[in-house]
Design a protein around this ligand. Structure first.
Ligand code: 13P
Ligand code: SF4
Length: 357
C-alpha cells in the first residue's frame, strides 16, 4: 500500500541521513518527488550531481541517460543508483553509436575533413543530453558537445563558432526549433534517417545543410498539436500557451512561448494571479505547477496526455528497495558508464557545463 511505502522510504532515508543524496527529475510522480533532496530538469540535475561530494550514494529518480550523466560527474567512489534500470527513454533509444558512425562517415565523405579559411571544421556533432553515454563519448572525441533544452541555443552558438555545420541528434524538434530561432533556414536542415540502410540517406539533401537533424523525437512532446492550441484559445482567448521545444515546429510556432522545463517553471513562478496557462509538457510537471499556484489556471495542452511512461517506471516500491538495500550494505541498480567511453563523454558534458555554468 502507498502509505506503507511512504513510511518505509522516509524511515530508510532518515537512517541513511547525509550518506545518500536523492535527485528527482521534474517529470517524476509526486510520490517520488516528495522524497527528493533536489528536483529539477536534466541540466540542473547534472549540476547537482557534482555538488554533493559528501554523499556516499546518489539515488537518481529519473531516466537512464540522466543517471549515466550523473555517474560521469560524481566522484569515482560515489555510486549512482537508478531505482528501476528499465527506466530508459524512447528518444535516447532512437540513436545508437553504429548509426551515428554511419552518418558521420557519410558527412565526412561529402564535406571532407579540412577546416575552412576561418579554421572552422566541416561538422561539429552535438548530442542532446537525452542520449546514451557512447554518443556523448562520440561527441567528446570529435570536437563536439552535449546540450540540454535549457542551453541548446548557447551550445549551438558555440558549435557554429567552431564548425561550418552541426550534426544534431537525437531530437529533431529541439534541433530544428532552436536553429530556426537563431535564424537558420529550415530548408537547410535535412533529416538523417537511421532506419535507412547505409548510403540510403540522400547526399543531395545533405549537400547544402547547415544543421543535419536526426530522425528522433519524444513520444510525450510529439503528441501536442496545433489543433489543441486552437481549442485552448477558443476556450479562452487570453490563455498563454507555453510549450517545451521537444514539441514539433508548428506547435512551437503557434504557441506564445517555448522553453525548457526550467523556463516553464520560471514563467509560471513570475505570472500575476489570475493568469491562465495551457502548457505543452509532461503532465506530472504540469499538475505540480497547478498545485503550487492555485491562484492561476494551469491546464495541460493535451487533456488526455499520458505521463512519460519510462519516467513513471520509478515506482515508490523501487525507491524503498534501493534505500533499504543500502541500509543492509548492498548497492543495487548501480549505473556505471563504460570506462572506454567515460573520458570522452565527460569531456562533452564538461564543455556544455563551461558554456552554460
Ligand atoms: P529537460 O529536463 O531538459 O527539460 O528535458 C525534458 C525531457 O524530456 C527530459 O527527458
Ligand atoms: Fe524521453 Fe520524452 Fe520521457 Fe523525456 S519525456 S524521458 S525525452 S520519452
Amino acid at each position: 500500500p502507498a502509505e506503507e511505502l511512504h513510511r518505509r522510504i522516509v524511515a530508510a532515508k532518515a537512517a541513511l541521513g547525509s550518506r545518500v543524496s536523492i535527485l528527482g527529475h521534474a517529470y517524476q510522480r509526486d510520490e517520488i518527488v516528495e522524497h527528493a533532496d533536489f528536483v529539477g530538469d536534466s541540466f540542473q540535475l547534472a549540476q547537482q550531481s557534482q555538488r554533493h561530494p559528501e554523499a556516499e550514494f546518489v539515488v537518481f529518480c529519473g531516466v537512464h541517460f540522466m543517471a549515466e550523466t550523473a555517474d560521469l560527474l560524481t566522484t569515482p567512489d560515489q555510486p549512482v543508483i537508478l531505482p528501476n534500470l528499465a527506466a530508459g527513454c524512447s528518444m535516447a533509444d532512437m540513436a545508437d553509436i553504429d548509426s551515428v558512425q554511419a552518418c558521420w562517415e557519410q558527412l565526412e565523405a561529402l564535406y571532407g575533413t579540412e577546416p575552412d579559411a576561418d579554421g572552422r571544421v566541416p561538422v561539429i556533432p552535438v548530442t542532446y543530453m537525452n542520449s546514451a553515454a557512447a554518443l556523448k563519448g562520440f561527441c567528446g572525441a570529435h570536437g563536439g558537445i552535449v546540450c540540454t533544452s535549457s542551453n541548446a541555443r548557447e551550445v549551438l552558438e558555440w558549435a557554429f563558432e567552431r564548425g561550418q555545420r552541426v550534426l544534431f541528434f537525437p531530437d529533431q524538434h529541439l534541433g530544428r526549433n532552436t536553429a530556426k530561432a537563431m535564424g537558420v533556414d529550415v530548408a537547410r536542415m535535412p533529416v538523417w534517417d537511421p532506419r535507412k540502410p547505409r548510403g540510403g540517406n540522400s547526399a543531395e539533401a545533405l549537400a547544402d545543410a547547415r544543421v543535419v537533424l536526426w530522425r528522433g523525437w519524444c513520444s510525450v512532446h510529439q503528441r501536442f498539436t496545433v489543433e489543441q492550441i486552437a481549442a485552448a484559445r477558443a476556450a479562452n482567448p487570453d490563455v498563454r500557451v507555453v510549450v517545451h521545444p521537444e514539441c514539433p515546429m508548428e506547435v512551437v510556432d503557434a504557441a506564445d512561448e517555448a522553453g525548457s522545463t526550467q523556463y516553464i517553471q520560471r514563467v509560471v513562478d513570475a505570472a500575476p494571479a489570475g493568469t491562465a496557462f495551457a502548457i505543452g509538457t509532461e503532465v506530472n510537471m504540469v499538475r505540480r505547477l497547478a498545485d503550487t499556484r492555485p491562484d492561476l489556471t494551469i491546464d495541460c495542452l493535451d487533456p488526455v496526455v499520458c505521463p512519460c511512461s519510462t519516467m513513471y517506471r520509478i515506482h515508490p516500491a523501487y525507491l524503498a528497495w534501493v534505500l533499504e538495500s543500502l541500509l543492509e550494505g548492498r548497492v543495487v541498480n548501480r549505473v556505471s558508464v563504460d570506462p572506454d567511453v567515460a573520458a570522452n563523454a565527460r569531456t562533452a558534458v564538461e564543455r556544455m557545463l563551461a558554456v552554460h555554468p
